[in-house]
Design a protein around this ligand. Structure first.
Ligand code: GLN
Length: 193
């Protein structure tokens, strides 16, 4: 069975575990970098990117996460997780993991709309996905190898670059597991079965 890890340092971990199981894969909460060797794909959950970054450093995860992405195993960043994956973050000199060729802006949907839901089409995944946005970032600019999967109000909110998938919203917070299932499938394909 395909094993999908969820980085378990902070954030919406349990909901992702549920969604992975509903998608027919085994879920592993990753709290130690040695666990990365056991999994076929890794989800970086939503939460608070600055806090998550501190914990990544504290538990000495950074090099192993970069290595994981370089190895070609799929990584999926949701919300804060997308910020961790981006090569550029507006207002920051340096990225965090920095493996996806996108520029992101944090908290970019305005204060009055800190949280909202929108039904959006996601290319190749869903015609109508109920996307839950919570103090969400968006992709301001995407490199030429980045495939744009979804936009909301002209802003890019889901994209894929090879083995890296990212979205602004929280796909684990509804009963619709199509994005998680898509990611499980990416891990299956990368594994070659
Ligand atoms: N605003 C958070 C950040 O910048 C992300 C919010 C989320 O993951 N729901 O890290």
């Amino acid at each position: 069975m395909i094993k999908i890890g969820v980085l378990g340092l902070q954030g919406a971990v349990r909901e992702h575990v549920h969604s992975i199981r509903e998608s027919g894969a085994e879920a592993i909460v990753v709290k130690d970098k040695d666990q990365l060797a056991e999994i076929d794909g890794l989800i970086l959950p939503g939460g608070e990117s600055t806090t998550m970054r501190k914990l990544i450093d504290k538990y000495n995860f950074m090099e192993s996460l970069k290595e994981f992405a370089r190895s070609g195993k799929p990584m999926f960043g949701t919300c804060a997780g997308l910020i961790l994956l981006a090569k550029n973050i507006i207002g920051y000199e340096h990225p965090h993991i920095g493996v996806m060729d996108v520029k992101v802006e944090r908290n970019s949907f305005g204060r009055q709309k800190d949280s909202f839901e929108a039904d959006i089409p996601i290319a190749g995944i869903a015609d109508d996905f109920q996307a839950v946005f919570i103090r969400a970032p968006h992709i301001v600019q995407a490199g030429e190898n980045v495939e744009i999967l979804a936009k909301h109000n002209e802003k890019i909110v889901a994209a894929r670059e090879g083995n890296i998938l990212g979205c602004s919203f929280h796909p684990e917070l509804t009963d619709d597991h199509r994005i998680t299932a898509y990611f499980v499938n990416m891990a299956k394909e990368a594994k070659g079965n």
